[in-house]
Ligand binder design. Structure first.
Ligand SMILES: N[C@@H](CCC(=O)N[C@@H](CS)C(=O)NCC(=O)O)C(=O)O
Length: 251
């Protein structure tokens, strides 16, 4: 069976898929695209513009939740869905809510800094590429900056909304994990994977799949500082330490 994950290097939705593949110990290849230039190839492959996309024996699955669902069906162990139907429903509902709001809002917060850090942004997403591709990508940045800002919701009003909404998610996650250390029941589920992966860009996790290049520009550090000591950020780092396998890939 040949499995390929079509991905962006530094992306929290892609990290959900990487984490599920690594946790289940599934042998696979990763095809890494640069955001922007990815569009033609990903649309041709999947009929839509976003990563992650999983290609498995001729099947093409788009979106992190659908990919996890597919992997859960084809490689059931270790399970990410609780066996109990009620708990499974809770975990899947939480995933859906976080994919719809926490994920995009965290991305907006990060991009509110990255739109002013062209060289750093290009290193984050293009670090694994050769020099010629990296130079060409950096050269495109001034022209692409407006599209990047718009595509990631970077307007003063929306950034302010995302700060509040993210704080509310952090408070909810901290409250909901207080009793057992997990969001649903007393074991690691898709809900914990989703929360920790989607928080990874502001939790500044050390795992190679989401470790950002150093030195971190001051503007990005300012975004991290907004919530650095929040119990849910500490929790996300602990979940990474306990449940995110190293995996065979570096990113
Ligand atoms: N709900 C989707 C969101 C995927 C998503 O937002 N992907 C972003 C990267 S984080 C993307 O591919 N953006 C490029 C684009 O929209 O053109 C999922 O769970 O996979």
């Amino acid at each position: 069976m040949t499995i390929t994950l079509h991905q962006f290097a530094y992306s929290h939705f892609n990290e959900k898929a990487r984490w599920a593949l690594d946790l289940k110990g599934i042998e696979h290849q990763r095809e890494t695209y640069l955001p922007g230039p990815h569009m033609g190839a990903i649309k041709k492959l999947s009929g839509q513009p976003q990563t992650p996309v999983l290609e498995s024996n001729g099947e093409v699955i788009s979106g992190s939740a659908a990919i996890i669902d597919y992997l859960e069906a084809t490689h059931p162990q270790p399970a990410l869905y609780p066996a109990d139907a009620g708990l499974r429903e809770q975990a899947l509902t939480l995933q859906k809510e976080m994919d719809a709001s926490l994920g995009p809002d965290v991305r907006t917060l990060l991009f509110s800094a990255l739109v002013n850090e062209g060289t750093y942004l290009c290193n984050m997403f293009g670090g694994s590429k050769g020099l010629a591709k990296r130079v060409a990508y950096r050269a495109m940045f001034p022209i692409a900056r407006g599209v990047i800002a718009k595509g990631n919701g970077v307007t003063p009003n929306n950034v302010a909304r995302c700060k509040t909404a993210t704080r509310e998610w952090l408070d909810r996650i901290a409250e909901q994990t207080k009793a057992t250390g997990y969001l649903v029941g007393d074991t690691f589920t898709v809900a914990d994977l989703t929360a920790a992966a989607l928080l990874a860009p502001i939790a500044d996790v050390a795992h190679p799949a989401m470790k950002r290049p150093r030195p971190i520009p001051q503007s990005v550090q300012d975004v991290l500082a907004l919530n650095a000591s929040h119990p849910a950020i500490v929790w996300a780092n602990q979940i990474y330490d306990r449940h995110r396998p190293a995996g065979a890939h570096s990113g």
